[in-house]
Write a protein that binds this ligand. Structure first.
Ligand SMILES: Nc1ncnc2c1ncn2[C@@H]1O[C@H](COP(=O)(O)OP(=O)(O)OP(=O)(O)O)[C@@H](O)[C@H]1O
Length: 520
């Protein structure tokens, strides 16, 4: 989703594909390999800087089972002037698998851009010219190394499909757009349909963590929320959350996990991003409310955002415009949601927040593939600040917010495709980003605020209170009822307390340490 990160389509420009480190490593490790492999029909395959260059007069290209012999002048293949040869450049990021058989036929499968937001597996095949197997072995190893970098190949994936997700289309989306990519990448797949609410909690709670590398949710954000909680409910919750990466292949109405980690709302592009994804620690937030402790991976909201999200179900026919409409009407109506709030601040000024973000961005991508993980038997971390039922920690001040309009704590940048609400958020800084806005701001400021989100100017609005925090308690008051949203799910309208656990969860991302979003 090019516009998401405000950058070019990474499937055209593999340098954006989190592959700078892998490439550097490649150059060091496979420098002894001849980059060009001669294959049949006077053709060759060359490992260029960031892509595979295929040069040949008659290459066989198969798209989804259809094997065609393509002549050099058709189907997007460019002719080299004066020669009857066709060249094709395939970014390493798009290469899903490569192998050769006993009869010396080399097969390379890659994600081919079929339409703007859709890729499908395509295959090229050649008969090898050289009989020197060690030369071919080294070349193939170099190709796969450049294609995957430090990302684990052939991931073992438990796929959960919510048949009701995406207005009932999730299964169809999985079969058509996702499964072919996973098969081409030779992933080990185990698919299960969720059959009822909270089924994903049960599945994750009972999963054998040694059997899988990833749980991929073909759903909206509701199923990943359940998976994080199910893993956390295991006796060794911390170990399970570190061992298994949670991924989302967007098939729901809210797909923030995929927007932030895969940089796309497209199921097939997300499938490629997952196949190539780097293990990345993700902060998770313990929420205590009444006697319950749950984990939140995305956001918590009280006030306008919660109400817009949860109280506009009847406007579903509007599509994503319902959020804009719901937000706008409440903003202009100067609705307030009074509460008392106590916060454990970590980074207070916008200048310092910017500096923290820039410092993380300038670091080289880390390699978490082998990160040490909590020993087996390690459960969820103790709550450092107790629960909402304990006396308020003495270091915290409970501050009345009588004109509060929006309390919004975000653990990721994008909340929806056009809303980079928390541009300074980082996957594993031990903080959520907190936005508070008064409910009685004047109408002109309200309209400007809405406009600023889409123009990427929200962070700098003077009336937008933005901090990095590691814990808080919120006590709604003077309202008989209302809306509280945790990861988009409604919870009782009662006080709750939140505490961030640095890097407790694991996701797959393209960079290994940043969201696919423009920073502040
Ligand atoms: N088979 C099922 N029957 C009923 N509910 C289910 C089933 N499978 C999953 N669910 C529930 O559906 C909820 C929403 O899931 P999902 O992750 O797809 O989020 P969403 O974006 O809200 O989806 P939707 O597109 O339906 O709005 C979750 O709370 C989950 O427990």
């Amino acid at each position: 989703m090019a516009s998401l990160a405000g950058e070019d389509d990474p499937f055209k420009d593999p340098s954006l594909a989190g592959s700078s480190t892998p490439q550097l490593e490649s150059q060091m490790q496979d420098s002894a390999v001849d980059p060009t492999l001669a294959v049949g029909r006077n053709a060759s395959l060359t490992l260029a800087t960031d892509s595979l260059i295929v040069l040949g007069t008659s290459l066989l290209v198969r798209h989804e089972g259809l094997l065609e012999a393509r002549s050099s002048a058709c189907c997007g293949l460019s002719l080299t002037p004066g020669q009857n040869k066709a060249t094709r450049s395939i970014p390493f990021f798009n290469i899903l698998w490569a192998e050769y058989s006993q009869d010396e036929e080399i097969t390379i499968q890659y994600a081919h851009a079929e339409a703007k937001e859709t890729v499908r597996p395509a295959t090229i095949r050649y008969t090898l010219e050289t009989k020197e197997r060690d030369v071919v072995d080294a070349w193939m190893a170099a190709l796969l190394h450049r294609a995957y970098g430090p990302s684990q190949r052939q991931k073992r994936i438990k796929v959960l499909v919510n048949p009701f997700g995406g207005q009932g289309k999730a299964q169809k989306i999985y079969n058509k757009h996702i499964a072919p990519i996973l098969a081409a990448a030779r992933c080990e797949i185990d698919v299960e349909m969720t059959t009822h609410n909270e089924h994903a909690i049960e599945i994750a709670k009972n999963i054998d963590v040694d059997k899988y590398d990833v749980i991929a949710c073909c759903s909206g954000d509701g199923v990943p929320h359940e998976v994080f909680n199910g893993l956390g409910q295991k006796d060794d919750g911390a170990h399970a959350l570190a061992k298994i990466a949670v991924s989302q292949l967007p098939c729901g109405s809210g797909n923030a996990l995929s927007l932030n980690m895969n940089g796309t709302n497209s199921p097939s592009l997300a499938a490629v991003a997952m196949v190539k994804g780097l293990r990345t620690p993700l902060d998770l937030v313990s929420i205590t409310q009444r006697d319950k402790r749950t984990l939140s991976f995305l956001s918590q909201s009280v006030g306008i955002v919660a109400e817009t999200d949860l109280a506009t179900e009847h406007l579903r026919w509007m599509g994503s415009a319902r959020f804009t409409w719901g937000f706008f009407t409440r903003l202009v109506g100067k609705k307030i949601y009074p509460a008392d709030i106590a916060v454990k601040f970590e980074v207070e000024t916008k200048a310092d927040i910017r500096a923290v973000y820039s410092a993380e961005k300038s670091k080289p991508p880390p390699n978490h593939e082998e990160r040490p993980m909590p020993a087996m038997g390690t459960g969820l971390p103790e709550l450092k600040w107790g629960t909402v039922n304990d006396p308020l920690p003495t270091e915290w001040d409970l501050v009345p917010h009588d004109r509060l309009g929006n309390f919004y704590a975000g653990n990721m940048a994008y909340m929806s495709p056009d809303a980079n609400f928390f541009p300074a958020s980082l996957p594993s800084d031990g903080c959520v980003d907190l936005v508070r806005i008064d409910g009685d701001i004047d109408r002109w400021t309200a309209i400007k605020t809405l406009d600023a989100i889409s123009k990427h100017q929200f962070f700098d609005q003077p009336h937008v209170d933005y901090h990095k925090i590691s814990a808080y308690r919120i006590i709604p008051k003077n309202q008989p009822d209302g809306y509280i949203s945790i990861d988009g799910e409604r919870v009782p309208f009662q006080p709750f307390q939140a505490e961030v656990h640095k890097g407790l969860g694991t996701v797959l991302s393209r960079s290994g340490h940043l969201y696919e979003a423009r920073g502040p």
